[in-house]
Each structure stands twice: as structure tokens, then as C-alpha cells.
Design a protein around this ligand. Structure first.
Ligand code: TXA
Ligand code: MG
Length: 345
């Protein structure tokens, strides 16, 4: 398949390009589009055949459900059974990096929801995504636009690495602002379960809802045979070719370990900016300052992709904190590392 690459810098003057993208979606084709979190691999969310194409393009097991992207929070009415709590969340966080899981309506094919009777709903804030959804006039089913098992793409170049020749069109809307996938919550009445932490933090959710529980799988490895609340939790995502090892310990101890490792091993390192002067420049990928979790979120997946392109035997990274946006970083890193943490204290 020939993939058309389009750079969208101005949605008004490029309305005809976006109309063409919308027509592809309406006719059952696949379009990659930018969002504020990561790039999405879109198809018509009401078309079972389009869902099958998405799974095939990603190489993803078809029991892992897709998120339905909508232009306005109230569009959820057509596809899901909402309640007051949904609208409280929508008022606080939509459009934005939040996905809400609700009971689905019959019009949503089970091919889109991986056979589940619930559906994930998200209203992205990126202007290109927003205009595309308005023009398409149907919900867009979209997983992250990476090959299954690769880090989610945060720029069009990363999308092209994975999806060139597998989709009809790639819309380039620049680098993703947040860089980690949306926060996912499941709604049961007024009770929220946090299934995947992201740009909307646990504390922010607690400001809006009284009852918020964090699913075990966010921070812990599932036991053999245990069924996760979200099918996606059972897959080892974001995994570079070389094993990732997370380092836990005081700043000095971690730095001493890394300096030693650079002498003894063929390693890649995801480091903090503060450490740059003390480490050799080989296979070194800075992800921002130690306290700057926003920048770390933005750069993490790109750094993992870069580490993947080296011939390093092992990738070292810091174990992120669990507070605030740190929980989202922790969740992605612990899975990239298949829960391998080296304690240096
Ligand atoms: O930021 C994002 O959410 C991006 C952009 C493109 O919007 N999308 C994204 O989609 O990350 P994906 O498919 O890579 O991750 C969606 C996750 C999967 O782990 C899936 O298992 C879970 O959401 N999910 C979807 N529908 C679900 C449902 N009905 N019940 C439980 N989990 C669900
Ligand atoms: Mg994904």
C-alpha cells in the first residue's frame, strides 16, 4: 500500500486535505493523526472491517480493544451509556488526555471493543484530531500508531518507522505535547478505577470524584493466569530490543553505578540532564531534568526508540517516582523493564 504523508501546519487553509483524510476514514481506510498524547492509528469506529484493518496494521491481538475518539463529550451518548460522573469528568478534563470506559451501545461493533460490552471514549484536544473528527462525522477508533510492542509514536517520523506502507495516510501535526498515552478510568456508578495513568493524574481525578481506586496492574506484575481489568495490561508494551533495567537508589549511588557500567558493559542510558557532565557521550539519551516530569513524559518514548536503534546489550534508566505525573512514567517504565529493578541502596 502507498502511504500518503501530509504535513498539517494550518487547519484552516488545509481544510481540503483534512476533508480528504475524513473521506478515507468514511470509506473504511486508515489515517494516522496527531493527538496531544501520542499519534493515533484511526479507522471508522462503527465499521467492524476497519477495526480488523487496524489490528492487522499494528500486528495487534484483536482481543485488545480500541478507544473511540469523539469530537464533543456529549457525542458519547450515541455510543455509550453515560452518567453524572461521566459529565463531571468531561467538564473537568475534556477535551484532553482522559479516556473513560462505559457500557457500550449496540451500534459499536464488538470488533472495535475486543469482544467486551464496554467501550473506551476519549475526546482529544489536538486541533488536527478535533477537526478531523468533526469532518468525519463518525467516531474514530484509534490505538497508538506503533507496531504492537514498540513505544507509542510521539512524532510523524516515529509513525513512519512503523506504519509506512500499512496505512492510507499519515497526518504530521508536529511533536506530541504530553508524550504518554491518555489516563484511562473505568466508571462504575460514581466509582472510578484508574486503569492506566497519564496526563490527568490520580490527584486531579480525586479533586473531581470521591471514590478513586488504582488498579493493581498499574504498579504491579499480574500473577500467572490473573485477568486484568483492561486487556492491554497483560501485554509487555514499550519494550526495546535490549533488556531494560531500572535503577533505584540515591542520586550518588545511581550515578556511580552508571559510570562503572559505561566502563564494563555495552549499555545505553536514559539519564537526567544533570548527569550529562558526568557520563560518557556513548548511547546516552537525556530525558529532561530530574524534577521535570513533564519533559520526561514528553521525551521518554523517543528515548526508548533511540536506545532501540543502538546495539546496546542493556538499557539502564531511573526508576521514576510514583507521585503526580511520575505514576504514568513509572507505569510505562516498569513494563518496558518487565519489572526488573536493581536496588542500589
Ligand atoms: O492517548 C491515547 O489513549 C492514545 C491516543 C491515540 O488517543 N491511544 C491509545 O490507544 O493509547 P491504545 O489502543 O494503544 O491503548 C488503549 C488501551 C488498551 O490497553 C486497551 O486494552 C484499553 O485501552 N481499553 C480500550 N477499551 C477498553 C475497555 N472497554 N475496557 C478496558 N480497557 C480498554
Ligand atoms: Mg498502545
Amino acid at each position: 500500500m502507498q502511504t500518503e504523508h501530509l504535513n498539517i501546519t494550518d487547519i484552516q487553509s488545509q481544510e481540503s486535505d483534512l476533508r480528504r483524510a475524513a473521506a478515507i476514514l468514511q470509506n473504511g481506510g486508515l489515517v494516522v493523526f496527531p493527538t496531544e498524547t501520542v499519534y493515533g492509528l484511526g479507522g471508522n469506529g462503527l465499521d467492524a472491517a476497519a477495526a480488523q484493518k487496524i489490528y492487522a496494521a499494528k500486528g495487534r491481538p484483536s482481543d485488545n480493544p480500541l478507544i473511540l475518539h469523539i469530537a464533543k463529550p456529549e457525542d458519547a451518548e450515541h455510543y455509550a451509556i453515560t452518567n453524572d460522573t461521566y459529565y463531571r469528568l468531561a467538564n473537568a478534563f475534556m477535551p484532553g488526555p482522559l479516556t473513560v470506559i462505559l457500557p457500550k451501545r449496540d451500534c459499536v461493533p464488538t470488533a472495535t471493543t475486543g469482544g467486551l460490552d464496554t467501550v473506551a471514549i476519549r475526546c482529544p484536544s489536538h486541533p488536527v484530531a478535533h477537526r478531523l473528527m468533526e469532518l468525519t462525522e463518525c467516531p474514530i477508533a484509534a490505538p497508538s500508531a506503533n507496531l504492537s510492542g514498540k513505544p507509542s509514536p510521539t512524532c510523524a517520523a516515529h509513525v513512519a518507522q512503523d506504519m509506512d506502507g500499512r496505512v492510507d495516510m499519515i497526518l504530521d501535526g508536529g511533536s506530541s505535547e504530553i508524550g504518554l498515552e491518555s489516563t484511562i478510568v473505568k466508571l462504575d456508578g460514581d466509582h472510578l478505577t484508574l486503569l492506566r495513568p497519564g496526563g490527568i493524574t490520580y490527584d486531579a481525578l480525586c479533586m473531581v470524584c470521591e471514590h478513586v481506586t488504582v488498579a493493581d496492574a498499574v504498579t504491579h506484575q499480574l500473577a500467572e493466569g490473573e485477568r486484568p481489568l483492561s486487556p492491554g495490561m497483560k501485554y509487555r508494551h514499550y519494550a526495546p530490543n535490549a533488556p531494560v533495567i531500572l535503577l533505584k537508589g540515591s542520586d550518588e549511588r545511581v550515578l556511580r553505578f552508571l559510570r562503572f557500567a559505561q566502563e564494563e558493559e555495552n549499555c545505553a542510558i536514559l539519564c537526567y540532564d544533570e548527569e550529562l557532565p558526568y557520563l560518557q557521550d556513548r548511547y546516552l539519551f537525556p530525558i529532561g531534568e530530574r524534577e521535570d516530569l513533564e519533559t520526561q513524559a514528553r521525551l521518554l518514548f523517543s528515548a526508548l526508540r533511540c536506545a532501540d536503534r543502538t546495539d546496546a546489550d542493556v538499557v539502564y534508566a531511573h526508576l521514576p517516582p510514583m507521585e503526580g505525573l511520575g505514576l504514568a512514567l513509572y507505569n510505562r517504565m516498569i513494563r518496558a523493564a518487565a519489572h526488573t529493578v536493581k536496588n542500589l541502596d
